[in-house]
Design a protein around this ligand. Sequence first.
Ligand SMILES: [Zn+2]
Length: 180
Amino acid sequence: MKNPYINDENMDELYSNYENPGRLFLETALTQMPAAYAELMGNPGTGEINGIVRFYPIGAGVLVNAEVYGLPAGVNPCTSDIFGFHIHEGHSCTGNESDPYANTGGHYNPTLCPHPAHEGDMPPLFGYNGSAWMMYYTDRFDLLDIIGKTVIIHSQPDDFTTQPSGNSGAKIACGTIVAV
Ligand SMILES: [Zn+2]
């Protein structure tokens, strides 16, 4: 399906039909097909993680919506349930025994900025009893540039400081971004 906003750079015109950008974003997510998505899957070592990330181009930016289930949920209330979340430059959710997603490589970072200024850096997922839901709007990347790349969920919070990936631990789930 063709996204009606994909070639529209005129945000004023887009927003003029709405009280605020949030209404445009929410209505887009409720009524439009995403222009691209990634189906996230865990592996035998990380359990039954599954989810979807939807990408909606709006004006000059992209609305990103993540919906994930089966994340680790600790019984200890002091256990972190925050998970680093990034677009990686590799094109395949494959790897080796010690790193099942080794071929996803590092964060998508065509301008060679330090973390967390990578184009592929996204807000971390906050778990809720093993599930997570998150939506944000960004102009860090163009949709066409991320098609074919991979979305990774990490086992640990992103500290937004440590190079090159925020010390966010193992890659526990992965999905390849495909155009609709
Ligand atoms: Zn990064």
